[in-house]
Write a protein that binds this ligand. Structure first.
Ligand code: GUN
Length: 290
């Protein structure tokens, strides 16, 4: 039996519609939610993500403070930009697109963002609050994964969730969120040090692929009836496309969909949810300024 394809594009549209409605209400009270999106350099994937975020902001009626900085921007210059945004009361959220150029210390930059404006949920205070179950901005991609599972009526309580990947942006936070009481899953984190990856992934009721490598999950690694969430976004050369590339996930979609009960496609799976959750966090940040 073929899996149900989770339509992340449509679910994200519904989230954005709700955010747009609440944004209009906030604007009627005199507050226009504003997100500052900071991009250093011109990495093509980052430019594409940032453009998508800026487009979504305008669509939901928020204002966008777009800041593009040269690849050669120093750490001090970037920190100065962040300090200015921290003190600007018309800016509710600050997002610094990652990765940053090598000469800039990412940890220092994330630490400089005022936690009240940390709509990415990457500040150590946000991460700590998430870990201990206190209210905080949740990182957008992991939060988006949870919303997909919930919207599709997929039970997480008691399920064995196996996360492949331990990045700070996806792997670690999604594992923490799934293990929190609200989700109540039993969680295993796999990574490049895992000895026998297939033996782990085959145990998954819910398999989260966040390795950032095409072909990481093949059909023989998936249990019959598992829920498969593909967080990978990989560009592979494709001369038949105008852009010269196409996007693929970490999962061998065509084969795995014949075994899974639910599966997310790439594109139009998890990706659109990241942006939708960012809009929701920006709205919340603005509401807190009331
Ligand atoms: N790079 C890849 N994903 C993200 C994200 O969710 N936020 C930021 N700031 N950078 C990213």
């Amino acid at each position: 039996m073929s899996a149900v394809i989770i339509d992340g594009f449509e679910i994200a549209r519904q989230v954005r519609e709700d955010v747009a409605k609440k944004t209009a209400e906030l604007k009627a009270k005199g507050i226009t939610p504003c997100l500052a999106v900071v991009l250093v350099g011109e990495d093509p994937a980052s430019v594409s993500y940032v453009t998508g975020k800026e487009k979504a902001l305008l669509e939901v009626g928020m204002s966008d403070r777009s800041i593009r900085l040269n690849e050669k921007t120093t750490e001090k210059e970037l920190l100065d930009v962040i300090h200015t945004l921290n003190t600007d009361t018309s800016v509710h959220g600050i997002l610094v697109q990652l990765p940053l150029p090598k000469h800039i210390d990412e940890a220092k930059v994330l630490l400089a963002i005022k936690p009240e404006k940390d709509v990415d949920g990457f500040h150590p205070i946000s991460v700590g609050n998430m870990l201990i179950g206190r209210k905080s901005f949740l990182p957008c991609t992991p939060h988006g994964v949870l919303v997909l599972l919930k919207t599709m009526g997929i039970q997480t309580s008691g399920a064995h969730a196996v996360v492949v990947g331990r990045s700070n942006i996806v792997g670690k936070p999604v594992a923490v969120l799934l293990a929190r009481k609200e989700c109540n899953a039993t969680v295993t984190i796999c990574h490049t040090g895992t000895k026998d990856l297939p033996s782990m992934t085959k145990q998954a009721d819910i398999l989260i692929a966040a390795a950032g490598k095409p072909g990481t999950i093949t059909a023989d690694m998936v249990k019959e009836g598992a829920v498969v969430i593909d967080v990978g976004v990989n560009r592979i050369p494709d001369s038949s496309k105008k852009s010269g590339f196409r996007l693929v996930g970490d999962v061998d979609f065509d084969a795995v969909k014949e075994k899974a009960s639910f599966i997310t496609p790439v594109p139009r799976g998890v990706g659109p949810m990241t942006i939708a959750m960012l809009m929701q966090n920006t709205l919340e940040a603005a509401e807190c300024s009331l």
